[in-house]
Design a protein around this ligand. Structure first.
Ligand code: C5P
Length: 224
């Protein structure tokens, strides 16, 4: 059946922002809504894939019919992705924080009367996409990353693809004027070893369907 082209396949999708705690009541986050990752998980499901949906605290609810693994931090996300392996493909649509607070407190930070703000120290988070792309054993056959850029989108995303070692990068322009971040549409360029292919501005659902189609083509041995 052409509509069940991913039956028997397992795909991991990361989605949403991460929250990096400062103390029990405060965290550092970002503006990812989880809309594009959620749409991708739904589109892969619609093609018959088993989907492990590893999601940070997103604004949009997860799709029905996928295995939802809810996480908060980048480190938890990395562990959840590792626990979900093996997989045929992985789509890393999460907006992962680059840093976590190294001196996060167990108790709520209080003003100490000095008028000075307590200093936060930061430590780098694992790069889940790079780690998965470069796994010596058990690397998914197809690893897809995202690149949200505001300048020189294609050049920067091409460099990112090389640096991280993923197969495809879905690059998009998140300059605020585009309304893409948090919006319902996306304009992406798919970067592979075949070069850069720009898609028209489409709904996030349609971007997801096209991407899922391409993943199905690639996993069945078709062209990139
Ligand atoms: O380097 P940058 O954050 O722009 O890369 C974006 C891509 O890398 C996205 O696919 C994102 O999900 C992934 N990523 C990740 N782990 C990180 C940072 C980014 O998986 N710590």
């Amino acid at each position: 059946l052409p509509s069940r082209r991913l039956a028997g396949r397992h795909v991991i999708v990361t989605s949403g922002p991460t929250h990096e705690p400062i103390d029990p009541v405060r965290y550092i986050a970002n503006r990812s809504s989880g809309a594009q990752g959620t749409a991708i998980a739904a589109a892969l499901r619609d093609l018959g894939a088993r989907v492990s949906f590893v999601t940070g605290p997103a604004e949009v609810p997860p799709p029905e019919g996928v295995d939802v693994i809810a996480v908060e931090t980048a480190r938890e996300m990395r562990d959840a992705v590792g626990a979900a392996l093996p997989a045929d493909a992985a789509v890393m649509a999460a907006a992962v924080a680059d840093w976590h607070v190294a001196n996060a407190r167990d108790g709520k930070i209080k003003k100490d009367g000095s008028g000075r703000m307590p200093a936060l120290e930061f430590a780098e988070n694992p790069d889940i996409l790079a780690w998965l792309s470069q796994l010596p054993q058990g690397r998914p056959e197809l690893v897809v990353g995202f690149a949200a850029e505001t300048d020189d989108v294609i050049d920067n995303a091409t460099i990112k693809r090389d640096r991280k070692g993923c197969d495809w990068i879905v690059a998009n322009d998140v300059t605020p004027a585009t309304g893409i971040m948090g919006g319902s549409e996306n304009a992406v360029t798919l970067i592979s070893d075949q070069g850069a292919e720009s898609w028209p501005r489409l709904s996030k659902a349609e971007v997801a369907r096209r991407l899922a189609d391409r993943i199905a083509e690639r996993l069945s041995g078709g062209a990139a």
